[in-house]
Design a binder for this molecule. Structure first.
Ligand code: 3PG
Length: 213
């Protein structure tokens, strides 16, 4: 793992964020995440203005690891870098985007769930993959089965992760960190429930810490 991946692993969870109003919400959301001990965010390009959200979060919290999610094009990689983003997450394994990120020196976590994906990721020299969609693809059982032929990878399971199954994932040595939207749902953000988001983050960090003991 590189330094950024190690830091993400230490934090243990990665909030997956969709912001419809970055000008209003990006700063207070970043405040809430950092206050909860989760200074990391995957800001998805599913909402227009993702690059603005990345910029606002990164500028207001230079210590925070802000990256982009649901990146579908190399142009979005450029937008991420220009906005101060430190990593890129893609839903699937797109070789062109992986190579582009490697050229640009930005860490990429491509979504992988099959032996074919893992094999391609191995050839690309990757070390940490997003395992997406985690629960729907077989969850921890599948992650462990995949680790038999591919022990060189750590994964970030994302998709269906919640406070209920976080400990199970976090306890496995194959897991780098767990991604999820449960602590940053559209409802929490729309309601400006920043304290609740901070509490969910604190609880998540605690669960991961306990599970790794
Ligand atoms: C993602 O894009 O990574 C997922 O949609 C997040 O999945 P979740 O909403 O089930 O946490």
């Amino acid at each position: 793992m590189n330094e950024l991946q190690k830091k993400i692993s230490e934090i243990g969870v990665v909030p997956v964020i969709k912001l419809s109003n970055p000008q209003r919400d990006a700063k207070p959301l970043a405040d809430a995440l950092c206050a909860g001990g989760v200074p990391v965010a995957e800001v998805t390009f599913r909402a227009a203005g993702a690059a603005d959200a990345i910029r606002i979060m990164a500028e207001s919290h230079p210590e925070m690891l802000v990256g982009a999610g649901t990146v579908m094009t190399t142009q979005q990689v450029d937008e991420t870098i220009a906005a101060g983003g430190k990593f890129v997450v893609t839903p699937g394994l797109d070789i062109e985007i992986v190579k582009y990120c490697q050229e640009k020196g930005i860490t990429i976590f491509p979504g992988c769930t099959t032996p074919t994906d893992y094999h391609a990721a191995y050839k690309l020299g990757l070390e940490v993959l997003k395992f997406f969609p985690a629960e729907q693809s077989g969850g921890l059982d599948k992650i462990k089965a995949m680790a038999a032929p591919f022990p060189m990878f750590k994964v970030m399971p994302t998709g269906g992760v919640s406070l209920k199954n976080l400990a199970t994932y976090a306890a496995s040595p194959v897991i780098c960190a767990c991604g999820g939207s449960y602590m940053v749902t559209a409802e929490l953000i729309e309601n400006g429930a920043w304290d609740e988001i901070t509490e969910l983050c604190k609880k998540s960090v605690e669960i991961v810490k306990e599970a790794r003991k």
